[in-house]
Design a binder for this molecule. Structure first.
Ligand code: GLC
Ligand code: MG
Length: 569
């Protein structure tokens, strides 16, 4: 509905100015289309399979783009679809400028992009600069020492200790164990901050930097609207290869959390590299390209990315910072901290709800609270980032050790895999109650479909006004409410256990989110504590809260059921 407004606006824009009450702004629409919207992450293996091999693909995605249009998001980010042996399911790239046959081909991506654009949806690709696959032709040439490829990767001589060969230092891989792998042919170790088969690229090589720039331009020429930059903080390592300090002596020797990442992550050079890509993109002219950066780091280092060209330095506070033990006050503190750290000027905040690397929201906070993070991402200023399945309340799927395929899970071994595996949050999207939840015509799929698909699926939820889908549709639309796109924002504790966010704009009623952190009902005089009108309408409420929508509530004596959340306006 709101998208239509934008489209119509674009058509009539030349003829008449939009009404001032309209949420649509024609100039912003083309420039920074991502402001005040939700961006939707698709995990391509798991969204929609068109050819019955049990693995999702580009044609499948194209056939279902209408879902994103209905949901009302502004754009989609595709996890990697490039040529890959799939050791890390596409995050190990063997050709930065081609599509893997599992997903389709370049023509398929062109069709996807054209269809998306016709629906006014932007397309963001996943850009994985830190490493390639060991099957990338560059790596073979690097092993052979052929110039300039010899320096495309991070090679280092062995340490010889008491006559035995050892890795050059103590650096550990994110996926457990030494970050160094011996290569017999080259007689050196190569660095891999992730899987053994994901050798780290060397950004101290100018020739490598140029290759990567060319690959970026290849996609820009194909009409891509921007990039999500993967594992950005790992691109540079200490030039002196110093040992990382041990900080957690209690952890096993192969656990990366045993070490600080002083010399392997967050190096200052990272920011300058990002700036070169920002400048490159800006120099192309045409519509402005979005850059989203994936970095798990401290708040100051996160915020710093704004100054080097990131539009969306992913804010992971709801994904890794806060959990189901966190109090209303913890939430308030974290949100205020981020907001207060935002640089002054034209920068926009963002709130990641979920992604393919972490347990789903429903697993992190409990299914009763599955909608709350989406509600926060909606009402707080700026961009919300959704992961496919959030909008229907998908849950983690238990996967046995035998069925585990995620490289991080596999490298942890049978005793620890459950703690590390990312398979549970990556199972196929649940479209309907047919074979494989409508994801594939094949009854077997690359990861099993969650057994709850008969009831938890998009088709069923579309018919149910009390479903997660119905809630999320309202949450996405709420981004365009004037009080949310333009109003002031306050985070207030209505009681010790009731978190509230209030968005105010003169001449329109405030929009108010209330979340009960207790599992028992709480009654609060929200009118007095939050300085809001004594009656407000329910805009949407969490599934299971039993708070009806579209009714007027007396805010002077407002009862929130246990774990309930509600948005009033
Ligand atoms: C990022 C991706 C993750 C991948 C890793 C290595 O963190 O989100 O899925 O395994 O980078 O590329
Ligand atoms: Mg397929």
């Amino acid at each position: 509905m709101l998208r239509e407004t934008v489209l119509v606006c674009a058509i009539i824009g030349a003829l008449s100015a939009p009404q001032s009450s309209s949420p649509c702004s024609c100039s912003d629409e083309t420039e920074e289309w991502w402001r005040d919207s939700f961006i939707y992450q698709i995990y391509p293996r798991s969204w929609k399979d068109s050819d019955g091999d049990g693995i999702g693909d580009l044609n499948g995605i194209t056939s279902k783009l209408s879902h994103l249009k209905d949901l009302g998001v502004s754009g989609l980010w595709l996890s990697p679809v490039f040529t890959s042996p799939m050791v890390d399911f596409g995050y190990d790239i063997a050709n930065f400028t081609d599509i893997d046959p599992i997903y389709g081909n370049l023509d398929g991506l062109t069709k996807l992009t054209a269809k998306a654009h016709s629906l006014n949806l932007k397309v963001i690709l996943d850009w994985v600069p830190n490493h390639s696959s060991d099957e990338h032709p560059w790596f073979a040439k690097s092993i052979e020492g052929i110039k300039p490829y010899d320096e495309y990767y991070v090679w280092k001589d062995a340490l010889i200790v008491n006559g035995t060969r050892q890795p050059p230092n103590n650096w550990l891989s994110v996926f457990l164990g030494s970050a160094w792998e011996w290569n017999e042919r080259r007689q050196q170790y190569y660095l891999h901050q992730f899987a053994v088969r994901q050798p780290d690229l060397n950004y101290r090589s100018a020739a490598l930097r140029k290759e990567m720039e060319d690959a970026i331009l290849f996609w820009v020429a194909r009409g891509i609207d921007g990039f999500r930059i993967d594992s950005l903080a790992y691109v540079y390592e200490d030039a002196k290869f110093r040992d990382n300090p041990v900080v957690n002596y209690g952890l096993p020797a192969d656990d990366p959390d045993r070490l600080a990442t002083t010399y392997t992550k967050d190096l200052p050079e990272t920011y300058d590299l990002l700036q070169t890509w920002r400048d490159l993109l800006d120099a192309q002219g045409g519509s402005k390209k979005i850059l989203l950066t994936e970095v798990y780091t401290t708040l100051p280092l996160q915020i710093k990315y704004y100054h080097y060209g990131s539009n969306v330095p992913f804010n992971f506070m709801f994904v890794v910072g806060l959990n189901n033990q966190s109090t209303a006050l913890d939430f308030k503190r974290s949100i205020d901290e981020w907001t207060n750290s935002m640089p002054k000027g034209d920068y926009v905040a963002n709130w990641v709800v979920d992604n393919h690397d972490n347990k789903r929201t429903s697993a992190r906070f409990g299914i009763q609270r599955a909608d709350q993070i989406g509600m926060l991402a909606s009402i707080l200023p700026g961009i919300g980032v959704l992961y496919n399945g959030d909008e229907i309340g998908m849950e983690d799927t238990p996967i046995s050790w035998k069925d585990t395929v995620d490289t991080q899970g596999c490298s942890a071994g049978p005793d620890r895999y459950a703690q590390y595996s990312r398979d549970p949050e990556r199972t196929p999207f649940q479209w309907d109650n047919s074979t494989s939840a409508g994801f594939s015509t094949s009854p077997t799929t690359w990861l099993p479909v969650n057994s709850n698909y008969k009831t938890v699926n998009l088709e069923a939820e579309k018919l149910d006004p009390r479903s997660h889908y119905s809630v999320f549709k309202k949450l996405v639309a709420a981004k365009k409410l004037p009080a949310i796109s333009k109003g002031s924002s306050e985070v207030i504790l209505a009681t010790e256990n009731v978190l509230s966010v209030i968005r105010r704009l003169s001449d329109s009623p405030p929009v108010v989110l209330l979340i009960n952190f207790l599992n028992t009902p709480v009654t609060v005089d929200a009118a007095a504590w939050l300085n809001i009108p004594q009656t407000l309408r329910v805009y949407t409420s969490s599934v299971g809260s039993r708070i009806p929508t579209d009714v007027e509530l007396n805010t002077t004596k407002l009862t929130l059921p246990g774990a309930a959340s509600v948005i009033l306006h």
